[in-house]
Design a protein around this ligand. Structure first.
Ligand SMILES: *Cc1c(COP(=O)(O)O)cnc(C)c1O
Length: 381
């Protein structure tokens, strides 16, 4: 199978050195003691770009496993959990909380706007009796970036633990786990980190581990039990055999990020330049503010079938972009410009392909999007 360029908001393109690393000879990761150091080093490297001293763990399963594991490990029957919701993943946290018999209380924001921190503060001043709160860093289906640098410290000040879904932001947006007081942050291998899908990454604070240790009843899951991973290194024991080739590949992807000193700046420049090109073309961004620099959601012009548009792009330009789902199904197309996709040439080619494909459906842009993008992104080499 020859894959098209995947300019989607995850999975993203995977660099050759990551792919080749995954073909290395394997050891027995349960019994070969060296692997425990390799796993620990990989976790410590990840902690560097999360800016945290908290424990990091890599689990076998993609982002959804991390989200469920956080909720499964923290929630006990009847616990009140604040679910901060301004998008599909924001709302989705409620399902995990309910599955483990937590009581969901929503804080609902406007779906086209980032969570209003002042409104949230007013809400918390009236009611803050929550065991933990969930919030999404970048809600990918709409490309919505929430200001977790303000939200998480505010929650923590009220004694509320914080669980952040940063699956599509980690590695592409600033993330300061310790400064922002994030108890559990969840990432995935296949978004900005640009390794293939299959792994989830969590950083877990001591406060979160303590809550898990002091539960009245044991965690109601084996695969989602984060406490089982607490002392793997001391015990030289993993709850289940780690997917060694995936982790070897991840280590190289993480090294790629750590060596790339301008990575966040590049994401910012590219995100901003895409938005300018989209607007100058006479297209509309879905969001009104809170734009993520990892993904852009563009409204589909009246009368165009987005699935036909995207198919035309693949068939004629060999580039795959994404539609969306839930209430956004058919309404937006999304370009993922995160991780390996945050490259000037790939993004400008994608905009060129989008423009030509729109023309095929009788929508004519008011500027040359690729040129407009390149002009604005000219500070990047
Ligand atoms: C991709 C993603 C996940 C993981 O979901 P999958 O659909 O299984 O890839 C979780 N949260 C967010 C915000 C994501 O973008």
């Amino acid at each position: 199978m020859e894959a098209p360029y995947i300019m989607t908001p995850g999975p993203t393109e995977v660099r050759d050195n990551v792919r080749f690393a995954r073909s290395e000879r394997c050891t027995n990761p349960d019994l070969d003691i060296q692997f425990y150091d390799f796993y620990k080093d990989t976790c410590e490297d990840i902690a560097k770009f999360l800016n945290t001293k908290n424990q990091v763990r890599i689990l076998s399963g993609e982002g959804i496993l991390g989200l469920e594991a956080a909720c499964a490990s923290l929630t006990e029957e009847g616990d009140r959990v604040l679910v901060i919701d301004n998008g599909i993943y924001g709302e989705g946290f409620a399902d995990f909380v309910k599955l483990y018999d937590g009581e969901v209380v929503f804080f609902k924001g406007n779906r086209k706007r980032e969570i209003d921190v002042d409104e949230l503060k007013k809400f918390l001043d009236k009611d803050s009796k929550f065991k933990y709160a969930t919030v999404v860093h970048c809600d990918t289906p709409s490309g919505m970036l929430n200001n977790i640098s303000k939200i998480c410290p505010m929650l923590k000040e009220k004694g509320i633990l914080t669980v952040v879904d940063s699956v599509s932001a980690m590695g592409g947006e600033k993330l300061e786990v310790d400064n922002w007081n994030i108890d559990i942050v969840v990432g995935g291998s296949q978004k900005c980190i640009s390794a293939p899908p299959g792994l989830t990454i969590l950083s877990i604070s001591q406060d979160a581990f303590e809550v898990m240790r002091n539960r009245k009843k044991p965690i109601r899951s084996f695969y989602c039990n984060l406490l089982a991973w607490e002392n793997y290194y001391e015990k030289k024991w993993f709850p289940y055999t780690p997917p060694i080739s995936d982790i070897v590949g991840l280590k190289v992807a993480v090294d790629n990020i750590l060596k790339d000193k301008d990575i966040l700046k590049r994401h910012r420049e590219i995100g901003k330049s895409v938005r300018i090109a989209v607007k100058e073309a006479g297209l509309s961004l879905y969001n009104e503010n809170g734009y993520s620099n990892t993904v852009t959601a563009i409204e589909v012009p009246e009368g165009i079938d987005e699935s036909k548009l995207r198919k035309y792009m693949v068939d004629n330009f060999n580039v795959l972009i994404a539609g969306s789902f839930g209430y956004l199904q058919g309404r937006v197309v999304r370009i993922g410009h995160m991780g390996e996709n945050a490259k000037k040439d790939m993004v400008s080619y994608t905009l060129y392909a989008l423009q030509k494909s729109l023309e095929n459906f009788q929508f004519y842009c008011q500027c040359d999007m690729a040129n407009c993008f390149l002009k604005n992104a000219k500070s990047l080499e």
